[in-house]
Write a protein that binds this ligand. Sequence first.
Ligand code: WQD
Length: 346
Amino acid sequence: MTAKRIVVAGGAGYIGSHVCVELLQAGRKALVIDNFANSSPVALDRVREIAGGNVELLRADLADPADAERIVSAVTAFRPDGAIHLAGLKAVGESVAEPVRYYAVNLPATFTLIRALEAAGARLLVFSSSATVYGDLNKSPVDETGALGPTNPYGRTKLFIEEMLRDLARADKRWKICNLRYFNPVGAHASGKIGEDPNGLPNNLFPFIAQVAVGRLPKLKVFGADYPTRDGSGVRDYIHVVDLAAGHVAAIDYLAKEASPGAVEFNLGTGRGVSVFEAIAAFKRASNRDIPFEVTARRDGDIAEIYARPDKAEKLLGWRATRTIENMCADHWRWQSANPNGYRDE
Ligand code: WQD
């Protein structure tokens, strides 16, 4: 069986729009549910430009009870084979400042999506989890048996949702679930038409560097150069967003063909660590732009180093990240230089 008709919750976002492109190019049909709280309808126009028109849109808020009935009936009418759940709040620092809002959005959005899928008779779900569930408890490379201990409310919402989905799969064997633990998604589709377009000041390293390179921001703050790493700056497993998106199609197809997989977690990373200073140097080479920076104090909640052991995804999903840090920087730069103000340029 192939999963042909997929609901993509949060499908207009950075990861979601890239997932939609991969789904459409794999011959699937998508129903995007998005409230555009942290995304733009323009992204879906660009998805159609890249991969054609097999993507419908339901503008709704999965976390708003007033939208629930409309969502359930639209999902049922779509006759889905499954869903990819990327809808939620995702800024670590913001979650520390506003924890209740993070629980009040990320968990109810999941409840409504599950309810809609059950109403539609579909029980196949790929969930956007995060390496942040590992916290600082494991020596890298981290595999899926790593200890779980998120250090912020955002990461705790991801872990709580993973646990709820494991309970659901135990209670009802018809459910087939993948929890995909993303490491650090960066880069953009090679066309330069879709990419990361954060609201306000970027929280994450790559969009911040890209905005410095394009002249929107004056300089980067390097949050600490005194970590116990090879050059003192933080080390992360940056993964190209197109590799990440392809991992979602592989996960959907794995669930469609497995009889009773239950809930299975996978690390989606490259298996390689890159430091902040190495990322700056790579972006300078790709953009041929200077990236002024100053070293400041460490950011609260940051860990020194984490990168994946991605072997399980290769073994069971037949998926592995192939794009290099140079590809990530070149593609991120092509998007940023073609869209200096993101989708606001439309
Ligand atoms: C990477 C490195 C910083 C910004 C988080 C979430 C994860 C996912 C990605 C949502 C660290 C350093 C950063 C800056 C810097 N979120 N840095 N100056 O914190 O590894 O992961 O974002 O999906 O779930 O946990 O990503 O890009 O913020 O930081 O020096 O202006 O860059 O200290 O070493 P992080 P990041």
